[in-house]
Structure formats: structure tokens, C-alpha cells
Design a protein around this ligand. Sequence first.
Ligand code: UTP
Length: 289
Amino acid sequence: MTHKPVRKAVFPVAGLGTRFLPATKAIPKEMLPIVDSPLIQYAVDEAREAGIEQMIFVTGRGKSVIEDHFDIAFELEHTMTARGKDVSVLAKTRLSPGNCVYVRQQEPLGLGHAIWCARDIIGDEPFAIFLPDEFMHGSPGCMKQMVDAYHQIGGNVISVLEVPRNAVSSYGVIAPGAGNGVVTEVLGLVEKPKVEDAPSNLIVSGRYILQPEVMRILEGQEKGAGGEIQLTDAMAQMIGQQPFNAVTFNGNRYDCGSKVGYIEANLALALQRPDMAEQIRAIALNLLK
Ligand code: UTP
């Protein structure tokens, strides 16, 4: 059976980023760099690798630098070229007008609400969601791994990761059904369970492929935890109505919405970069002495 391709991705970037203040007072957290590229760039690269064509950014006030980042920087490129400097480093930052759309979430009413803001652009197609502050590092990328599974199974596909059992309480956890390789059927979703109540040690990470019906659920949804419209609540309602599976990500996740996760991601990536790994290793060893 063929399944409708995943051509569109939503990047909700309208959150307040309060865990990273004061850095995120004037800079969106999605623009914080890992080594030398902002988080949002890694997410867009991951989407492109997975064959996604249209990038939909749900933005809010103070987020216009994200639009600038994916635009042509005429003065910069012109001046660099005139001075004989290489501008190829900027190639991946250009999104042509046909490939990106910006939608405004006027109030940060929650992730579910942010996704719902993109409903008209999504229309009647399956779509991907990327939470750019969850930096998923792997090869192939997380969304490519998910899309490959989606081609086989269709329906809704979320990404999960195994964590030590005693760490589950900080995350959304799946109640697993039958498993087949990296794919596990999802029977339920539990937000931040106690260790003893957790139905598994598979945590939901920030990548989703959802069917468009989720928009209709979000439409009528009441506020949930934290007074926000929660995506998890809407997904929970889809389970049982439509196929719902999880793909265990083969790679590393860094929670870059938190300071510690962000520093870990920078260190991990720097230690893999051929242009700096040796220097960073020496610096780290020296600091640890
Ligand atoms: P988070 O809860 O991690 O983001 O939301 P936050 O609210 O910006 O961060 P803290 O907790 O205050 O530090 C997950 C994703 O959903 C987006 C965020 O931008 C982030 O990518 N989001 C969240 C929205 O776009 N709108 C919202 O109303 C809430």
C-alpha cells in the first residue's frame, strides 16, 4: 500500500524560552548556535534530508530573525564576494519563497495551539513536526529514519528514545504494544509518570509525523497541563482511531531548551568536528584536570 508522502513540516518556534533566560530575552532559543549553526538550521537540514519540501514556521513576536536567517543576506554576500571571500557556507541557509511559509501564533497558548495555527497550510496532508530545541543527532537523521518507516506503515509515527528507567519522570512516555524491529505500536501516552507507574522507558522526543485529522481534534481542544493546549492530549485521542506507531531513534537527543543539554550538544558536536575536535579535546582535558 502506498501512503501519501510527507511533504510539509511545521516548526513551532513561538515559545517564550523561559528556561534559557536571559539569553532568550531578545534572541529566539531556536537561533542559539550549536558550534556554528543555529538549532533551527539543523532541524531544517534534517527535514530536507527526509525529502520534505515545504517548511512552515509558526513564529511569534521577536522571532523575525528566523525569517532573516533563511533569507538572502544581500549586503553580506555582496561585500564578501567583492572581498574574495567564500559565501558557500551560506548556501544551506537560503529557503526559496516556494519552500517556506511563516505563520504567526499571536499568543503562546501551547504547542498544540502552535500546530493548529498551521492548519490551512497543512490542508489534507500528513505532515511532520520538528521541535527545534530537541536536537536529534544521527545519520541518517531522525526524520529520515521515521519517513522510511512511514513508507512501510503509514498512519501516525512519533520518534521515541530509550532512557534509563529512573529518568522517565521528566518526559512523555509511551505505553507500548507489539514491536517489529525499530517500530513499536503506541497504545497510550503518559506525561511525566512516576517511575513505578511508567508503562515503558521509551520517551517521546520532538519529532512527529501526524495525519491531518489531528487539526480537527486541536480545533475543539480545551487547555490541559500548564493552562496550555497540549499536542500530547490531541495525539492521545488519535490512538485507537488511526494507526499510531513509534520509531526508536538510532542516534542522540540533546535537550537544547535546557542549559545543560545545550552545553552537552555543543561539546559533543565540537568533539566530532574535524576542524576543531583535537583542540576542543585538549581544552576539555585541561579544564577537567
Ligand atoms: P517548550 O515548552 O520547550 O518551549 O515548547 P518554550 O515554552 O519556548 O520554553 P520554556 O519551557 O519556556 O523554556 C516546545 C516547542 O513548542 C514551541 C516552542 O517554541 C518549542 O519549539 N511553542 C511552545 C510554540 O511555538 N508556542 C507555544 O505556545 C508553546
